[in-house]
Design a protein around this ligand. Structure first.
Ligand code: SF4
Ligand code: SF4
Length: 232
């Protein structure tokens, strides 16, 4: 089974490949033969059916998506000559956002979420695989972020508590509103600011996935992990 088909069984794909830099080799202790970092993630709700069928989804333990990602990555690394790296299990905290920029044409949106020219805000990176080389094509030419030509920037006007001003994310205002407003539309299908983006609307997360991310965000606020909190 190829690496790509192994990942596809879980609704995941090789999103792009970044070359290991000399600084990263030294900082993280990567071996000489480990020359490439392949980012693995989802496009739209591609992993949702695999994840919701997995034991982690219903076992009642914390961080089901991270635990599922970790198990899948470790099983795959048993079958292929790769080492898994995770964005949620530091230290070390690996620079996934930097790797994403080097691996594929991706930019930062006013929401702080990485925006992809074709996938919009509807994608994420679950883990990376470190190895000698990957056959994942080239990242292609740099493409301007869709945000550059987005005149109205509707994402900045959709949040009921104006959590985004184009400069940052008022995470406390968002969480307080969600905690105190159980009829808020965000609870039904996810963050309204993210849903307001006109790019790749066909890839919007399923409402159940949107609700899952929002609950995970509120749960992480109650039991904060060491890593930075993301937009739900
Ligand atoms: S609504 Fe416009 S500015 Fe906001 S994330 Fe989408 S493309 Fe970028
Ligand atoms: S989930 Fe999004 S739209 Fe809803 S309050 Fe938070 S930032 Fe605003």
């Amino acid at each position: 089974m190829t690496l790509e088909s192994d990942l596809a069984r879980h609704g995941l794909s090789l999103r792009g490949v970044a070359a290991v830099t000399a600084d990263e080799r030294k900082r993280y202790g990567f071996a000489a033969g480990e020359r490439a970092i392949a980012l693995v993630g989802n496009v739209g709700s591609s992993y949702w059916s695999a994840f919701t069928a997995a034991p982690e989804f219903t076992d009642g333990e914390p961080d089901p998506l991270d635990r599922w990602s970790e198990r899948v990555a470790r099983e795959i690394s048993d079958r292929h000559p790769v080492t898994p790296l995770f964005p949620f299990a530091g230290p070390p905290w690996y620079p996934f956002q930097q790797w994403a920029r080097r691996a594929e044409g991706i930019g930062t949106s006013p929401l702080g979420i990485l925006i992809h020219p074709r996938y919009g805000l509807w994608h994420s990176y679950r883990f990376a695989l470190l190895g000698a080389a990957f056959d994942a094509g080239s990242p292609g030419d740099a493409v301007a972020s869709p945000c550059v030509a987005c005149a109205g920037k509707p994402c900045l006007d959709a949040c009921p508590v104006d959590a985004f001003d184009g400069e940052g994310y008022a995470v406390d205002a968002c969480a307080e509103y969600l905690d105190n407003t159980w009829l808020a539309a965000c609870h039904d299908g996810g963050c309204l600011a993210r849903l307001a983006c006109p790019v790749a609307t066909e890839l919007r997360y399923l409402p159940a996935q949107g609700r899952f991310h929002l609950r995970a965000f509120l749960g992480a606020r109650a039991h904060p992990p060491a890593a930075q909190t993301n937009v739900p």
